[in-house]
Write a protein of this length. Structure first.
Length: 227
């Protein structure tokens, strides 16, 4: 059931820009009398977020940006910094560059990027934002020394929950203007996994039913012997 929940969320976000799929590590549960009964079954040891990069898709929108490489864009959320791979940005009425949810996009140093005019915008590979030949600011990019400290916050955002996962500058990462990163949750892969999980679910259900029937028969046989 937990695997189905994770997979259902991945399928629902297959078209969400920059979405990172949830996956799971498996281990085996062994009953106390496993050696005699052979009772073992797969259980999820822990879920994890797959941070591998999705495909970059051209949009032609000058405010759409994608990261080629590791790291995240930083935005200022209601309760502190948030991080996302979804670079579907837009301009607010006051000229601030904001995310789809209206959070100010952070520049280096943590200050919001504000564009003073309506002239075309250029964003270079290092995230420098230029308008009318003037450098306005630079997009803040962040990587983490430990992915274990990242937690999903909804709407495709992450929060740094573990102090051990210090924020650092990503190395070898470039910014691509006019592109968005697609979800790394492939619909074809998810469909195949859905069929596999459903078959595993049915097998375990049958095994549980067989175990119940065997216990019932054993009780009936003992009752007959004692008559």
């Amino acid at each position: 059931m937990e695997s189905l929940d994770l997979l259902a969320n991945n399928i629902a976000n297959a078209s969400t820009g920059g979405y990172k799929a949830d996956r799971e590590f498996y281990s085996l549960y062994a009953a106390q009398d496993a050696e005699a009964s052979g009772t073992t079954m797969p259980v999820i040891q822990k879920p994890y977020t797959d941070l591998s990069q999705g495909m970059l898709q051209s949009t032609g929108n000058q405010l759409d940006v994608a990261l080629s490489g590791k790291g995240f864009f930083a935005v200022e959320g209601p309760s502190g910094p948030l991080y996302t791979r979804n670079g579907n940005f837009r301009l607010a009425s006051d000229g601030k560059l904001i995310s789809a949810e209206g959070y100010p996009v952070s520049g280096t140093g943590g200050t919001a990027i504000t564009l003073p005019g309506t002239q075309p915008i250029e964003i270079s590979s290092d995230g420098t934002v230029t308008q009318g030949g003037n450098a306005i600011g630079q997009l803040q990019m962040a990587d983490f020394t430990s992915d274990a400290g990242l937690s999903k916050q909804g709407n495709n955002y992450f929060r740094a929950a573990d102090p051990a996962g210090r924020v650092a500058l990503p190395t070898g990462t470039t910014v691509e203007q006019g592109k968005l990163e697609a979800s790394n949750s492939g619909t074809a892969e998810s469909a195949v996994r859905l069929i596999s999980i459903m078959r595993q679910f049915e097998m375990l259900q049958k095994a549980a039913t067989m175990g119940t029937d065997m216990d019932k028969q054993a009780i009936e046989q003992v009752a007959r012997v004692n008559q």
